[in-house]
Design a protein around this ligand. Structure first.
Ligand code: NAD
Ligand code: DAU
Length: 332
């Protein structure tokens, strides 16, 4: 058995990673460490709690991370403050968790000689113009825009520095926008689905022309496993499934799939500094590691996601009023 320590395993992608690993990779023994912030939800792991070790704790706690890392073989590091809008309201938790937390993990990895896979985002590269034929590659210079993305960029640089200075065994992946089940309802797609289910008008920032490169969360996680299996130490892999669409199209598709008029939404205040477009060139991942995505039909993926939120209102409904009250303060 290989021991896997998953940080942030009660969050959206981390919880899906735990489920994916238990279903597809029985050779792993899984421990999760999660602080259970507003974004962490133990209910996302309810059905597998008897098959994993769950530790409630903070990745910034150096003593705890030292102990947990000493007891594992590989760390997969998802834990982060992850929402751009929150980082514009209050950057401090982002600086603490994304930078200090990652440093605490790196020091434990260095001391105990273990393997790290660091989960990061395409937002570290800044944004692209709508008509730019370019996509992000591992050679694109870092140019992050928000407190969230700049702390993720900083965490990537910490990992690179620990690789170069101390020779730790680490890989990094930068992925595009994920969607699927268990995503917090502050995020674009689940916010709109749960708005419609709650008879609240969906909310589009600005004109809705901003483009995101959507990928199903299981495709992200299969790529993470490919990197853990075959990725070269010190390398960066970009994860994306050629899913570029603008926000207006995504919202109109959700409305249509839920039997509503395509224009039944409101335009609200735009996000300050709003990145225009993200796009991933995943050639290295595809060619070097032989990875291919499975869920490339966004319409079908959105339908399955809508069905999941419809069938699991217990999972999200207690959060809804709180999330919308926070957005309302900013006219969003
Ligand atoms: P999320 O906000 O849904 O989950 C984050 C999890 O981390 C939560 O369970 C939270 O409780 C936990 N956490 C936060 N601070 C912690 C701390 N100090 N100690 C321990 N646990 C803590 O985030 P997500 O969308 O699942 O993103 C996971 C990772 O993937 C992040 O690193 C994010 O930057 C990256 N990423 C996300 C996307 C996306 O589209 N969501 C895309 C690319 C990369
Ligand atoms: O690209 C990867 C990143 O994707 C991850 O690193 C982040 O953790 C993740 O949150 C996501 O960031 P975005 O800012 O792109 O995602 P968000 O869901 O917040 O917004 C997606 C787009 O939708 C963005 O252009 C803003 C817009 N939006 C968002 C909300 C919440 C709206 O138009 N209306 C909304 O209500």
């Amino acid at each position: 058995m290989t021991k896997l320590l998953v940080t942030g395993g009660a969050g959206f992608i981390g919880a899906n990673f735990v489920h994916y690993t238990l279903q597809n990779r029985p050779e792993y023994e899984v421990t999760v460490i999660d602080k259970l912030t507003y974004a962490g939800n133990l209910d996302s792991l309810n059905s597998v709690l008897d098959r994993i070790n769950f530790v409630t704790g903070d990745i910034c706690d150096r003593e705890l991370m030292d102990k947990l890392v000493s007891e594992t073989d590989i760390v997969v590091h998802f834990a982060a403050e992850s929402h751009n809008d929150n980082s514009l309201r209050d950057p401090w938790p982002f600086l603490q968790t994304n930078l200090i937390g990652t440093a605490a993990i790196l020091e434990a990895i260095r001391k105990h000689g273990k393997r790290l896979h660091h989960i990061s985002t395409d937002e570290v590269y800044g944004d692209l113009e709508l008509d730019d034929p370019a996509k992000f590659t591992p050679d694109t210079p870092y140019n992050a825009s928000s407190p969230y993305s700049s702390t993720k960029a900083g965490s990537d640089l910490l990992v690179k520095a620990w690789v170069r200075s101390f020779g730790i065994h680490a890989t990094i992946s930068n992925c595009s926008n994920n969607y699927g089940s268990y995503q917090h309802i502050e995020k674009f797609i689940p916010r709109q689905i749960t708005n419609i289910l709650s008879d609240i008008s969906p909310k589009l920032y600005g004109a809705g022309e901003n483009v995101r490169d959507w990928i199903h969360v299981d495709d992200h996680n299969s790529a993470v496993h490919a990197i853990i299996d075959k990725g070269r130490s010190g390398e960066v892999y970009l994860i994306g499934a050629d899913g570029e669409e603008n926000n207006k199209y995504v919202l109109e598709t959700i409305l249509e799939l839920m039997g509503k008029e395509k224009d039944a939404y409101e335009h609200v205040n735009d996000r300050p500094g709003h990145d225009m477009r993200y796009a991933i060139d995943a050639t290295k991942l595809r060619e070097e590691l032989g990875w291919t995505p499975k869920y490339t039909n966004l319409r079908e993926g959105l339908q399955a996601t809508i069905d999941w939120y419809r069938q699991n209102d217990e999972w999200w409904k207690n959060e809804k009023a709180k999330v919308e009250a926070k957005y309302a303060e900013q006219g969003q």
